[in-house]
Design a protein around this ligand. Structure first.
Ligand code: HEM
Length: 426
């Protein structure tokens, strides 16, 4: 949950030009980089009076925030009650047990147990399976010559991978996707929307019920996957409680889907807008791993995250007070000219590309190895099997998720590459 919630209202002429609140304007949401550039150049550690928080946009300061500040930013159920928002308690009950919102020993314990269940050997072992999923999705649309890349590829692809990873039936992937999108709406937005709060409450109730049933079922009949691995993971005799397993399966599921969908959707859009770069990647797929890093930097799927100032301190020449809220804008840091030469240029061969798209330090994305493999397989498979890919003329609509940047739909036309059979093809 973002540090401050605000009633939804239109961006007016009176909105300060540097406010992140301007992301509510569809034109700014479609291209937030000029706003980020202005913030970074004029006031990289900026007090945003609309959001009542510090907005940090320079690379060096974003890294400091992610390294030193507290991730414990979710209001506890008691705090929500005090704010008259007690109806949101069930959401807070789940979030306060998620590693993303914990510091210190509590975070280390959870992350240690989860990473014991999420080894790179396991991720490597999924490669062939992930390739088959990508090919299977394209087999369905190839003869048609057009598709909505989001609905028919970028959404179901990580959802099917995630179902397998968690150890729940693959046929539930559409349900997992819909729950993730609802939950991510809340994670990515700082403006309060009562209608959305009701939907997220229902989602949390349904997801919690679904995963509780899966945990109990798997206690009787173990099934390979993260759920069972978390149920049995043990370090120095420490185990996760049932509620902790459920809360962290949810954060892994949501983290693994929304962002990966947006990596693929935003990445394909970026390449379609820069046909030379698209041709470069198609002609030499061996550059895909650096291409994915550059696409993550250039159009970061997770644009910002929240933190709390742990103690009075100075940052970028500003005096911050203990418990002030901070938004670290990774997408702005990733275009900081002080760190990345010619930052608005897409350079698929960029070296020294230590972007912050996966965060930094203690909370550095837990699923980065999997996300990278999914991205690499998605781009190489799409470019290998589709030719003459073109954007259909429909207007692009961005999701109203200010933090998890992605398109609602990406209609494309193409011809099938006759020599590029998928792994499922006869
Ligand atoms: C392109 C894809 C992805 C992007 C851009 C991304 C981005 C991020 C970022 C920025 C953070 C740190 C947030 C913060 O510090 O507040 C994070 C954390 C996390 N991500 Fe990802 N992520 C991606 C894919 C995944 C995948 C595939 C999974 C799991 C299967 C995953 C699971 C997590 C989890 C569990 C955390 C919390 C780690 C912690 O708190 O210690 N993410 N991710």
């Amino acid at each position: 949950m973002a540090p401050e919630t605000l009633a939804r209202r239109p961006v007016t002429a009176g909105t300060p030009v540097l406010s992140l609140y301007r992301l509510l304007d569809p034109d700014v949401l479609a291209d937030p980089y000029p706003l980020y550039q202005a913030l970074r150049a004029q006031d990289p550690v900026h007090w945003d009076p609309y959001l009542h928080c510090w907005v940090v946009t320079s690379y060096a300061e974003v890294v400091k925030v992610l390294t030193k500040f507290s991730a414990d930013r979710t209001p506890s159920p008691a705090q929500l009650d005090a704010m008259g928002m007690g109806a949101l308690d069930p959401i807070a009950q789940v979030m306060v047990k998620q590693m993303l919102f914990l510091d210190g020993a509590a975070h280390t314990r959870l992350r240690g147990l989860c990473s014991a269940a999420f080894t790179s050997r396991r991720v490597d072992g999924l490669k062939q399976h992930i390739q088959e999923i990508a090919d299977g999705l394209l087999d369905r649309v190839l003869s048609r010559g057009h598709m909505d890349l989001i609905a028919e590829f970028a959404s179901p692809f990580p959802a099917i991978v995630t179902a397998g990873l968690l150890g729940v039936p693959t046929e539930d992937h559409a349900q997992l996707k819909s729950w993730s999108a609802d939950f991510a709406e809340m994670l990515g937005n700082f403006q309060h929307n009562p209608e959305r709060a009701g939907r997220v409450l229902r989602t949390v109730e349904e997801m919690t019920g679904y995963f509780r049933a899966a945990v109990r079922e798997q206690a009787r009949r173990p099934r390979e996957g993260l759920i069972h691995a978390l149920m049995t993971a043990e370090i120095d005799g420490a185990r996760l409680s049932e509620d902790e397993v459920i809360a962290n399966v949810i954060v892994t599921m949501v983290g693994g889907q929304e962002t990966t969908t947006n990596l693929i959707g935003n990445g394909v859009l970026t390449l379609l807008r820069q046909p030379d770069r698209l041709a470069q990647l198609r002609d030499d797929p061996t550059i895909v791993s650096s291409a994915v890093e550059e696409l993550l930097r250039y159009e970061s799927p997770s644009q910002h995250t929240g933190r709390i100032v742990p103690d009075d301190c100075e940052l970028g020449g500003k005096q911050l007070r203990k418990r002030d809220a901070v938004m670290a804008v990774m997408a702005a840091a990733n275009r900081d000219p002080a760190r990345f030469p010619d930052p608005d240029r897409l350079d698929l061969l960029r070296t020294d590309n230590r972007h912050v798209a996966f965060g930094w330090a203690a909370h550095f994305c837990f699923g980065a190895p999997l996300a990278r493999i999914e991205g690499q397989i998605a781009f190489t498979t799409l470019l290998r099997r589709l030719r003459n890919v073109a954007l259909q003329p429909d207007q692009l609509v961005w999701r109203e998720n200010l933090g998890l940047r992605g398109l609602k739909a990406l209609p494309i036309s193409f011809t099938a590459e006759p020599d590029a059979a998928g792994s499922n093809a006869a």
